[in-house]
Ligand binder design. Structure first.
Ligand code: SAH
Ligand code: SF4
Length: 340
């Protein structure tokens, strides 16, 4: 039996047609599942009895259970889910003035192993299914009694290392027959898997792409992110330029400010030189300290200096405010504490 939340509208239509039913019923089924929150095929009263029987014998509704949750005073909520095989994954709900944004996990663990990231402490065990990603949104909406308006694919895992499932997940949450989260409200973040950036630029999806850069030189980036040895800055920047040319979309570069590591004015200048002329902006991120590592977040004054320098040199940038600092909100922290 398959979890029905793995299906995109298109794949469900194909299954129905192959089994002698009408493609159109897929929309009705999605309507029951996503708009009316029905979890029993026999309650789907506008589809035929035969189809209800077919669905019941082929599909389940699956589930992921909330294992623990933490609420921050700033409205951030962090959830640790237990999957059906016992693995733990996390999602973080953030309250912004423009809506509610949910940070989604794509893999159990992560193999990229960046030197500052708690998620990389636990090696990848497996990819998440489409259903396990969709259910993060559904369960959080139910628990927090909110509509998730924005999704950031920035939890544990490298989304481009689980490419096909992540693309289907985007289809489901974006579909007007399912969760209707606007493509421009969806952001996918990658550590820089070059061939997948190229592939992604062919998808004609209107979702935002964010690249975890964190350093403007190969020497420093390789120290922070060993993926840089496989896809160094020249190759990465080439693929990003291709993406921008192909999609006409602005790309975001994420840059965590690490005290005395990548936050000097010289690095701000090198970063401006690297990005000059590209349709992009830089998201300066405050580092959430991780017990296992000695990195510290850059102090506010230095962070501001770095930010102002980028602006002065013509690079658009934002200095992101910290969210959920009181609840282990850094990626992977909650799960790491419960697992190690
Ligand atoms: N694997 C993907 C997406 C998940 S990580 C990627 O690396 O892009 C999402 C973002 O969180 C990345 O930019 C990552 O560098 C950042 N991040 C990881 N650990 C962090 C921490 N302790 N504090 C702040 N940001 C962190
Ligand atoms: Fe994996 Fe991203 Fe963490 Fe690097 S920053 S270890 S790619 S989750």
């Amino acid at each position: 039996m398959k979890n029905i939340f793995n299906e995109t509208l298109e794949s469900l239509e194909n299954t129905l047609v192959e089994s002698g039913f009408k493609a159109f019923s897929a929309r009705q089924i999605f309507d029951w599942m996503y708009k009316k929150d029905i979890r029993d095929f026999y309650e789907m009263t506008n589809i035929s009895k035969d189809l209800r029987a077919f669905l019941s014998s082929h599909y389940t509704f699956g589930n992921i259970d909330i294992f623990t949750k933490q609420y921050s005073s700033d409205g951030t909520r962090k959830y640790l889910f237990k999957l059906s095989d016992g693995h733990l994954i996390e999602s973080v709900l953030m309250a912004h003035d423009y809506g509610k944004s949910l940070c989604i996990t794509t893999q159990v663990g992560c193999n990229i192993g960046c030197s500052f990231c708690a998620s990389g402490l636990l090696k990848k065990i497996r990819n998440l299914s489409v259903a396990e990603m969709v259910m993060q949104v559904l369960e959080v909406q139910k628990e927090a009694k909110v509509r998730v308006s924005h999704v950031v694919i920035m939890g544990t895992g490298e989304p481009f290392d689980n490419y096909d499932n992540v693309m289907k997940f985007i289809d489901v949450i974006n579909s007007p027959y399912a969760l209707e989260i606007g493509a421009r409200h969806i952001t996918i973040s990658t550590s820089g898997i070059v061939p997948k950036i190229v592939q992604f630029s062919e998808e004609s999806k209107q979702v935002n792409l964010a690249i975890s850069l964190h350093a403007p030189t190969n020497e420093l980036r390789s120290k922070l992110m060993k993926i840089n040895d496989v896809y160094p800055l020249e190759a990465l920047m080439k693929s990003v330029k291709q993406y921008v040319a192909k999609t006409n979309r602005r790309v975001t570069f994420e840059y965590i400010l690490l005290q005395d590591i990548n936050d000097s004015i010289e690095y701000a200048d090198a970063l401006s030189d690297l990005l000059r002329g590209l349709n992009c902006y830089v998201n300066l991120i405050r580092y959430n300290a991780v017990d296992e590592f000695s990195y510290e977040p850059t102090e506010e004054d230095s962070a501001n200096r770095f930010y102002q320098r980028l602006l002065k040199r013509g690079i658009q940038a934002t200095l992101r405010r910290e969210m959920g600092a009181d609840i282990d909100a850094a990626c992977g922290q909650l799960r790491t504490k419960k697992t190690i």
